[in-house]
Each structure stands twice: as structure tokens, then as C-alpha cells.
Design a protein around this ligand. Structure first.
Ligand code: F6R
Length: 245
């Protein structure tokens, strides 16, 4: 497990964008696993800046979303499909149809989850971007999710709905369910890049890095992966025992 702690958020974001740019530039067929959420936004912004300067191209990149809300209208600004389009896809040269997510409005959701899991697995994610919830979730694998879980419909934890209420006009509008890639699906990615900022993430980060591997803290399953990089600001890293750094 590789852990780097940054004094400034700008340096963290720049380093994450360095790793992503290097990956999409050097991998013959770059398959990126894409997270959404507040942590990722400045990273996508940084990548767009690099693209505008001609420093990186995404024309050979495909991307798979980690998760999607269930039953949020397709036109809603907060579907993760629309979020990634608005904040990243439409600003760069990724080819049309190359960024894919599960369909949270599918009439047969279980079949859609199986289909998406197969699609992600067959493509083979080379670099998976991850945020972490303050309850230790990755994707929307909430506490209780097993390390081998696959893509499925989950009920969002109240803490997650509370945290994501900032993206909606009222807390009641946050969907109660989502499709998420499972922890087993995520762990099949070749390299996992997990980013966390802020004191409110410190306990989850400590448990993910140095706690027991337990479904109670889904991100602890990352300890089972051989190529995980944590990029943290000093606040998110503040509870990690020094011996683990
Ligand atoms: C989003 C996702 C989530 C977020 C996590 C952190 O696609 O999978 O696991 O990464 O909830 O969210 P922020 O970055 O908003 O704190």
C-alpha cells in the first residue's frame, strides 16, 4: 500500500492528475474506472486544463462509472452519467460512447447489474479512481458489503444520503437506492487510486489502512489488493498511526 500525504490540496490534485495523465498516455487501451463526488471534481478540472493545453488526450480512453442512482430521471442533473458528462466528458476528446455507466432506470435492475459487471470485467479496468465515504464506503458499498461483492442494487446509508444532500435541492430528493460496482468488481482493477481530503474522512482512512479487514468498513478490503495508492491531505491522514505511514 502506497500512501502519500500532501500539505496542500492543490499539490494532491496535481499529483492525482499526473498519475491519470501518465496512465491514459502510456496504456495501449486505457480503461479508467471513474468515481464522482466532491473529491474528484478538482481532479477532473485539472485534467481538463491539461487537455486544453494539449498535454493529454483521452481519445484512446474508455471509462466505467463506479455507481449510479436508481430511478433518478435520466434528465436529472445529478445522475452520475450526467455529472461525469458535465464535469469531464464534454470538455475533453474522449470518443462518444466511451464513458459508460450502469442504467439506474433499467426495468430489470438485477439483470442490468449482471450485464454491467460483465462489461466492466471484460474491459478490465487499468486504473480505478476511488473516493471514500466517511462511513468507509467505496463506490456505494456501504458497511456490511462483502469484499467479494459484485455489481448490485444497494440501499444507501443515511450518512451517505445526508452527505450527498448538498448536491440536491432538498435532502428528500436524494435517492434511497443505487447501483454500485461490488468490492470484488473494484478489486479486479489493476491499480486503485484512492483520494481523500478533510478531517471528516480521517477515521475512515485510518480504518481502511490500518484497521482489520471487515465488512463493517468496506474500504478495508483494499488491503487485499497489491497495487493501491492513497493520496491524502494532512487532515484525512491525521489519524493514521505513524507506523502505518
Ligand atoms: C462516487 C462514489 C463515492 C464517493 C464518496 C466520497 O462515485 O463512488 O464512493 O467517492 O462518497 O464522496 P465525496 O468525494 O463527495 O466526499
Amino acid at each position: 500500500m502506497n500512501i502519500t500525504v500532501f500539505d496542500s490540496r492543490a499539490a494532491l490534485v496535481d499529483h492525482a492528475a499526473d498519475l491519470i495523465s501518465e496512465f491514459v498516455t502510456t496504456a495501449p487501451a486505457a480503461v479508467l474506472g471513474l468515481a464522482t463526488g466532491g473529491t474528484m471534481m478538482p481532479i477532473y478540472e485539472n485534467l481538463i486544463g491539461r487537455h486544453n493545453l494539449g498535454l493529454v488526450s483521452f481519445s484512446r480512453t474508455s471509462g466505467f462509472l463506479l455507481d449510479e442512482y436508481v430511478a433518478l430521471p435520466r434528465s436529472h442533473s445529478q445522475t452520475y452519467r450526467n455529472v461525469i458528462h458535465r464535469l469531464f466528458e464534454r470538455h475533453v476528446d474522449v470518443l462518444p460512447g466511451s464513458i459508460i455507466g450502469p442504467d439506474g432506470n433499467a426495468s430489470a435492475l438485477a439483470a442490468e447489474c449482471e450485464r454491467y459487471d460483465r462489461q466492466v470485467s471484460e474491459a478490465g479496468v487499468g486504473l480505478q479512481l476511488l473516493g471514500i465515504g466517511r462511513n468507509g464506503h467505496i463506490g456505494f458499498n456501504e458497511p456490511g458489503a462483502s469484499p467479494g461483492s459484485r455489481t448490485r442494487v444497494v440501499t444507501l446509508a443515511q450518512a451517505t444520503r445526508d452527505d450527498n444532500a448538498r448536491f440536491f435541492t432538498s435532502p428528500q430528493q436524494v435517492p434511497t437506492q443505487a447501483i454500485t460496482q461490488g468490492i470484488g468488481t473494484i478489486r479486479a482493477g489493476k491499480r486503485l487510486l484512492i483520494v481523500a481530503q478533510g478531517t471528516h474522512k480521517a477515521a475512515a482512512v485510518r480504518a481502511a489502512i490500518s484497521g482489520p479487514i471487515t465488512p463493517a468498513l468496506p474500504a478495508s478490503a483494499l488491503q487485499l489488493h497489491s497495487n493501491v495508492t492513497f493520496l491524502l491531505d494532512t487532515k484525512a491522514a491525521s489519524s493514521i498511526p505513524p507506523a502505518a505511514l
